[in-house]
Design a protein around this ligand. Structure first.
Ligand code: 2BA
Length: 109
């Protein structure tokens, strides 16, 4: 058995959750925060049999989209602001950051 942990953009999370459950997969959605942007994202946990992993990854790939984010750098306090015009930095975020982890044991009580 595997645990598939997918970190996705929060705007994709409801569609992805629906696609997973419509496909017969069990899933848990958690609201999370990215450490770099400090913005809300979403993490989905799917526990599944080994032979279903590719099917789950296909659903994640089909329902998550890459986005471009522009980050405004903080003006250094040492720079006189009239001489320093900060250029926004372009970042490509998502579609999905996925970890596939071996499950040692799974119990339901
Ligand atoms: P954040 O940490 O907020 O990162 C958002 C985006 O910022 C990243 O997109 C990447 O494009 C950029 N970024 C992150 N750290 C950076 C750095 N040190 N220098 C320059 N740019 C950086 P993604 O790579 O698509 O990641 C999206 C979200 O997935 C991340 O949000 C984080 O919540 C999670 N994530 C990504 N890699 C991870 C990892 N190895 N472990 C745990 N979570 C991860």
């Amino acid at each position: 058995m595997k645990l598939i942990i997918s970190i996705v953009h929060k705007d994709d999370s409801d569609t992805l959750l629906k696609a997973l459950t419509d496909g017969g997969h069990k899933a848990t959605l958690v609201s999370t925060t990215g450490g770099f942007l400090r913005e809300g994202n979403a993490t989905l946990f799917v526990g599944t049999e080994n032979d279903k992993v590719d099917e789950v990854l296909d659903i994640v790939r089909e329902n998550c989209h890459k986005r471009t984010r522009y980050l405004s750098p903080i003006v250094p306090v040492t720079e006189p602001s009239e001489f320093y015009i900060p250029e926004p930095v372009e970042l490509e975020v998502g579609g999905a950051t996925v970890f596939v982890v071996d499950v040692e044991r799974h119990e339901r009580y």
